[in-house]
Design a binder for this molecule. Structure first.
Ligand code: HEM
Length: 467
């Protein structure tokens, strides 16, 4: 990127064929820009596929079975885990890698971005997640496929990690707004680093579990106890801090929020980490209280519910965007509180399940749908979002589906009222419709919307692309 900085932007605007050195440099920069966008679209498209079929469709199928038989124990744990794995790693993991590869090399102004490594990572990750799904759902060659999939996933992560760890982050004080002279990482970077560490630990635990199952297991599913602890690491150790990190980076701009409070954010990450340690040691009840405290601290740090200092940036997307982002943080708190309720009263797995889905659907999926439709069209070659109205429809369907699911899962599974069993299938179909609207909108953007990459100014950073 450094040579590009010397090329005059006036040539970029002319649009005429030109063979001056500046024009040649510009062509190189544009070709590289297109390669970044293609890479991002591959990660996002495979993520959407995992989300739709192996993820949500299987989740809906599981819930229909559970509701029909009025018992969660009647469904194969391998199928439940196949669904969770496809959502967390197939969907969210692919999105994180795609956005990471797209944005980090730019931030460090790489002269030779590692496209080969990024594509190798995509192939290994996609094969790894697919193999895991096949092993869990079909039981085909699972003693071979489980360790293979775990190895491929961890290897893909290490490729990603080595590519992005060469990134020299901005130091607050050097490039930070206050020029204070202090050498500190930007808060969003260390939160994302903590989330990446969480992801690495999850992938190591996953590989260890796969090897153990292949060697000693009677089937391809983890036993209930270890699975519950592993899920705490997945949700609070990986998904939650990632969303906090990206919220720290983008929400002050997108929502016009006041400046983040770094001390409170650090406290949120530390308290959340202590919660994970307690849960892994088997003190689940204490952990749930710490998760409530961590969520409250993060909300206060991000100033999510305080008056904004400027107008939100909703050009090209639906105006309800700030409402849904704030609501997602309401779901985060609800998920944490449900965890406390589960530790006190759960006799059926229903309150734990409701807490987990308040977190994965209400918080994570709503945030991904909000932020994804805000940034991905721009990253994919400066395209406009296909339909802001479809964005709203998807978000409202998912919100209503999630609210019905979370409330009725507690009532039905706990045996408080039988009618709740009849609501659960509808809640699942609403959620399926919501995430399908999101996928259609993103794929419609990639396929049907024209790219305006040619009009990009030559010297451009991520923040300019999405602001
Ligand atoms: C959108 C519609 C979804 C439906 C209908 C659905 C359905 C289900 C069902 C029926 C279960 C079994 C446990 C229980 O009864 O609570 C389950 C578990 C799970 N789901 Fe979902 N889900 C959906 C979305 C998601 C999303 C978006 C994520 C993650 C980003 C996710 C992650 C998980 C995980 C991690 C588990 C636990 C699997 C295990 O037991 O190891 N789900 N889901």
């Amino acid at each position: 990127m450094s040579i590009a900085l010397e090329a005059p932007t006036a040539v970029a605007a002319s649009g005429r064929h030109d063979s001056t050195p500046a024009a040649v440099v510009m062509e190189v920069v544009r070709a590289r820009e297109a390669s970044y966008s293609r890479l991002l679209m591959a990660y996002v498209s495979s993520g959407l596929l995992f989300m739709l079929l192996p993820g949500t469709f299987l989740g809906v199928w599981n819930l229909l079975q559970i509701s029909g038989r009025e018992s969660v124990a009647s469904v194969s744990p391998a199928w439940l885990q196949a669904h969770g794995h496809a959502q967390v790693f197939g969907w969210i993991g692919s999105f994180i890698f795609g956005i990471g590869f797209y944005s980090i090399p730019r931030l460090r102004g790489a002269t030779r971005p590692a496209f080969g490594a990024a594509w190798a990572c995509w192939v290994m990750w996609t094969l790894g997640v697919t193999a895991r799904w096949a092993a869990n759902v079909y039981g085909w060659q699972w003693r071979l496929l489980l360790p293979l999939s775990g190895t491929l996933e961890l290897a893909a992560f290490l490729i990603f990690f080595s590519a992005v760890s060469q990134h020299r982050p901005d130091l607050a004080g050097k490039n930070g707004p206050e020029h204070s002279g202090k050498s500190q990482l930007d808060p969003w970077i260390w939160v994302v680093i903590s989330a990446s560490t969480g992801l690495m630990l999850v992938l190591i635990a996953n590989l260890a579990a796969c090897i153990y199952l292949a060697w000693r297991g009677a089937g391809p599913a983890l036993p209930h106890g270890p699975d519950q602890r592993y899920l705490v690491l997945v949700t609070w150790g990986f998904l939650v801090p990632f969303v906090w990190g990206f919220s720290t980076k983008w929400m002050p701009v997108f929502l016009g929020l006041k400046a983040v409070r770094p001390r409170l954010l650090r406290a949120a990450v530390v308290v959340n980490f202590m919660g994970i340690v307690l849960a892994l040691l088997g003190w689940g009840a204490g952990a749930t209280v710490l998760f409530v405290a961590g969520a409250a601290l993060a909300i206060a740090a991000l100033r999510m519910f305080e008056a904004s200092r400027q107008e939100p940036k909703t050009r090209g997307i639906h105006w309800s965007f700030p409402f849904f982002v704030r609501m997602a943080y309401g779901w985060l708190l609800a998920a944490a509180l449900l965890g406390v309720g589960a530790a006190l009263w759960d006799t059926s797995g229903g309150i734990w399940g409701a807490s987990r889905h308040a977190l994965t659907v209400g918080f994570v999926a709503i945030m991904v749908m909000c932020v994804g439709q805000r940034i991905l069209p721009a990253f994919a070659g400066m395209r406009p979002l296909w339909s802001p109205r479809l964005m709203f429809i998807g978000l409202i369907l998912l919100t209503v589906g999630c609210a019905l699911r979370v409330s009725c899962e507690v009532i039905a599974y706990q045996g408080y009222a039988d009618w709740a069993w009849t609501v659960l299938p509808d809640s699942a179909l609403l959620e399926l419709a919501g995430v399908t609207a999101f996928a259609v909108n993103i794929l419609g953007t990639f396929i049907l919307q024209p790219s305006h990459e040619q009009k990009l100014p030559l010297v451009v950073g991520i923040n300019q692309i999405i602001s």
